[in-house]
Design a protein around this ligand. Structure first.
Ligand code: PMP
Length: 393
């Protein structure tokens, strides 16, 4: 039949990463393509035990509908955890979401009309580009360096248009670049947003996975006017399968997210919230995060050190202080999509970086994930990749 789809569907295309990930399912492929946590670190036994307790003790509640805002004991714990990032809030500022990803979709739904401008880092998270695209905005990419968005460039752009509705940023161990914003830039961003009355969406699924250095305050920490929506996630610190994330915002703004949540899926999975809450009661999540960090730090070190040895010296790459990704910039004449095809013939996968620029270009870039492969596979995979790059030089 000739389906008459809504116009917005013209903007929504299959994610290249999803297509690529299908190829990487083959066991012989060494994949740096996804953003998957290491499955061997999931607390399977502990979850098995607390899940049984939840069903045993509160089975009917766990299986029943529940308030849209989320499970109060869990909201309280999250509010408390936000102190780590210098954010002082109560459970009334927390809305449980089906992953941080849902918060991106909701932000688009709440703020964006067709033709509105979203300002984002260049590059930025592909999943956010796709979520916002449904609301038909224009993206304006702001240049970045090792300290985050270049604020002077941001101001220049803001002064040329009155259509800016939203600034979207990932200030900690950014996906895809692995970079972290300096404290100064965080503060300045809020100053600029205050001056021009723009909302900031701060997306932070990786901030707790810091291997070294000081934990900087969240951008939300500098928010005195209720203009920052902070999106958090348990996907990388606990497990992504539960799909548990949250939005933290001033109550007046959070109410809009709650309204939209009602229309989207009524509430976040109650059983999963209760299991996580019990896990937090019985176990020390921070201790668990320490274990994750130890493994990822080793993998990061191995990846970076092998890249130094195996990649031609013309290839530049970032040094992430945490999180899951590093980002490489190849000489301009090397197309990373072509390189990816060549690499997959040698059973190595990565994501070509061009996908992370909403307005295209930058085809000589690549995102490499180090959390999901064992150490020997990281070394082998990077060596093969180095060889493929050299052949294209
Ligand atoms: N934001 C960023 C920057 C991400 O990398 C991801 C997941 N890869 C998400 C949001 C969504 O995470 P989740 O929905 O699993 O919380």
């Amino acid at each position: 039949m000739a389906y008459k789809f809504a116009k917005r569907m013209n903007n929504i295309k299959a994610s290249e990463i999803r297509e690529l990930l299908k190829l990487t399912q083959r066991p012989e492929v060494i994949s740096f393509a996804g953003g998957l946590p290491a499955p061997e670190l999931f607390p399977v036994q502990e979850v098995k035990e607390v899940a049984a307790e939840v069903i045993e003790e509160q089975g009917t509640n766990a299986l029943q509908y529940a308030p849209t805002e989320g499970y109060d004991p869990l909201r309280e714990k999250i509010a408390k955890r936000m102190e780590k990032f210098g954010v002082n809030v109560t459970k009334n500022n927390i809305l449980m979401l089906s992953g941080g990803q849902q918060g991106l979709d909701f932000s688009g739904k709440i703020f964006l009309d067709k033709g509105d401008v979203v300002l984002c880092e260049s590059p930025t998270y592909l999943g956010a580009i796709n979520a916002f695209k449904a609301y038909e905005p224009n993206f304006v990419e702001i240049p970045t360096d090792d300290n985050g968005m270049i604020i002077e460039e941001l101001e220049k752009i803001i002064e040329t248009t009155d259509k800016v509705k939203l600034i979207y940023v990932i200030p900690d161990f950014q996906n895809p670049s692995g970079r972290t914003w300096s404290v100064e830039r965080r503060k300045k961003l809020v100053e600029v947003a205050n001056k021009h009355d723009i909302v900031i969406v701060e997306d932070n699924p990786y901030g707790e996975l810091r291997f070294e250095g000081e934990l900087p305050p969240a951008i939300k920490h500098f928010d005195t006017e209720g203009r920052v929506v902070y999106l958090g996630s348990f996907s990388k610190t606990f497990c992504p399968g539960f799909r548990l994330g949250w939005a933290c915002a001033d109550e007046k703004l959070l109410n809009k997210y709650i309204l939209v949540k009602q229309g989207a899926d009524l509430q976040t999975n109650t059983t999963a919230q209760m299991i996580l809450n019990k896990f937090l009661d019985k176990y020390d999540l921070d201790e668990h995060i320490e274990k994750i960090k130890e493994v990822y730090k080793k993998r990061r070190d191995l990846m970076i050190n092998t890249m130094k040895e195996a990649f031609p010296k013309e290839v530049k790459f970032t040094y992430p202080e945490g999180g899951l990704f590093t980002w490489a910039i190849l000489p301009e004449h090397i197309n990373a999509r072509k390189l990816a095809e060549k690499a997959i013939e040698n059973n190595v996968a990565f994501v070509p970086g061009g996908s992370f620029f909403p307005n295209g270009g930058n085809e000589n870039t690549m995102r490499l994930n180090y959390s999901n492969m064992t150490e020997d596979r990281i070394v082998e995979g990077i060596k093969r990749l180095g060889k493929a790059i050299k052949e294209m030089m």
